[in-house]
Design a protein around this ligand. Structure first.
Ligand code: C6P
Length: 403
């Protein structure tokens, strides 16, 4: 994989920030977009702009073909069937869809929903809302100080009361990669369905939903080098077929009278209203781009980079790493003794280095480690070793300024 060549595909990476070359290490928040994605968006609006599934005219047919073509590309990328790919706004909406259309109708007082200690708020709050509305209980599987799930304890929390296990594939705050196939086997042995939050996984691992064996998998396009406002919920056909719609409107129906509506089959049943057509097409271009590079090459490159960055940052006096699991992807989270993460973020920005500082929408993780926030450097396919130098230099300067 030639990173220097690949970087040329990303116009936003060519800029300077405060007079220095941009070092973009905030990929867990969102990734930059390659030209093929920008071109796909531009082409759609310039040439094909039209609504989908509605018109017999040429532009509408072209738009429909591109939109459904994108669904097929994403299905192939995930090892799934196209009719199992529901377009949503992002991972958040995908999880909310499952909470409302799959879980809530079958959730009763005394039932339980199991999540883990390392979830993003998007994989906590929707379940909390469903539990509050039904009298069910939210249970939390614990993790170790290294940020690894305690599998024995998780297993004891899988009981006849558990109606769903929802967990992240990769933690956005720690970088931990969870053993999803193994955990899913444990849940399925007890007849418990599994939803996986793949928002931080699909861009860093080769994901095949069938091999993982899960029931639902949610992801966000903008973290996968695609546009914002588009994401995917993958669900097993058998589940999707059995689910009533969550939202009603155009394009999700077979027939409507004032007395009764017959719904379209999945996935359209869950795509009420005009969808984000350009976004879906852009995401299709993004996964095609990634497949062209090869996920295995991306995984190997990012693993090497994360190891090198971890060693370099850990060698700085006063640094405490947050999240030291054996299996990690992309995320290097840390605090620096005596300096607030936001101050570090500000100094790093003066060096052109973009990181995220804060609680990363994972406040329970921060509480677990007893810190209000961390500095998080997160890597993407276009980052390279030389970028670790300004990161460490700026960190040392921040220490001198504030400590
Ligand atoms: N994490 C981060 O900086 P949306 O907002 O729907 O695209 O993604 C939500 C989400 C769900 N799960 C995980 C594991 C995530 O990391 C995110 C988004 C960003 O870490 C923004 S808070």
């Amino acid at each position: 994989m030639n990173v220097a060549e690949l970087r040329a595909d990303f116009p936003a990476l060519q800029q300077k920030v405060h007079g220095r070359p941009l070092v973009y290490l905030d990929n867990a928040a969102t990734t930059h977009k390659p030209k093929v994605v920008l071109d796909a968006l531009d082409k759609f609006y310039r040439e094909d702009n039209s609504n989908v599934h509605r018109g017999v005219h040429t532009l509408s047919q072209r738009a429909t073909e591109s939109y459904e073509g994108a669904r097929a590309k994403i299905a192939q990328f995930l090892g799934a069937e196209a009719n199992e790919i529901v377009f949503v706004r992002g991972a958040t909406e995908g999880i909310n869809l499952v909470a409302n259309a799959f879980l809530r109708p079958q959730l009763h007082k005394g039932d339980e929903v199991l999540i883990t200690a390392m979830e993003h708020h998007a994989n906590i709050v929707p379940w909390q809302l469903a539990c509050e509305a039904t009298g069910a209980k939210l249970r939390v599987a614990p993790m170790s100080q290294t940020g690894e799930l305690l599998l024995d304890e998780l297993e004891t929390l899988l009981t006849p009361r558990t109606k769903l296990l929802a967990l992240t594939h990769v933690s956005n705050a720690l970088g931990t990669v969870n053993p999803i196939a193994q955990i899913t086997e444990m849940a399925h042995a007890r007849g418990i369905p599994v939803l996986v939050d793949g928002a931080q996984a699909v861009q860093h691992l080769s994901v095949n939903v069938c091999e993982l064996g899960v029931d639902f998998y949610a992801l966000s396009g903008h973290k996968l080098y695609g546009p914002t406002g588009i994401g995917v919920l993958w669900g097993r056909s058998a589940h999707l077929e059995g689910m009533a719609p969550w939202q009603g409107g155009g394009d999700m129906i077979r027939s409507v009278t004032f007395e009764k509506t017959e719904f379209a089959p999945p996935p359209l049943r869950f795509e009420a209203g005009t969808p984000n057509i350009a976004g879906a097409i852009g995401l299709g271009a993004a996964v095609e781009y990634l497949a062209g590079i090869g996920l295995d090459a991306i995984v190997a490159h990012e693993r090497e980079l994360l190891t090198a960055a971890t060693d370099a940052v850990a060698a700085i006096e006063g640094v405490r790493l947050i999240g030291t699991a054996d299996a990690k992807a992309s995320v290097l989270s840390f605090v620096v003794e005596g300096v607030h993460p936001h101050d570090i973020g500000t100094v790093l920005d003066r060096y052109g280095v973009a990181v995220r500082t804060g609680h990363h929408c994972a406040q329970p993780v921060m509480a677990f480690y007893g810190v209000p926030a961390t500095v998080r450097a997160s890597f993407g396919l276009y980052n390279y070793h030389a970028e670790i130098v300004p990161l460490c230099k700026a960190l040392r300067e921040a220490q001198e300024l504030f400590a």
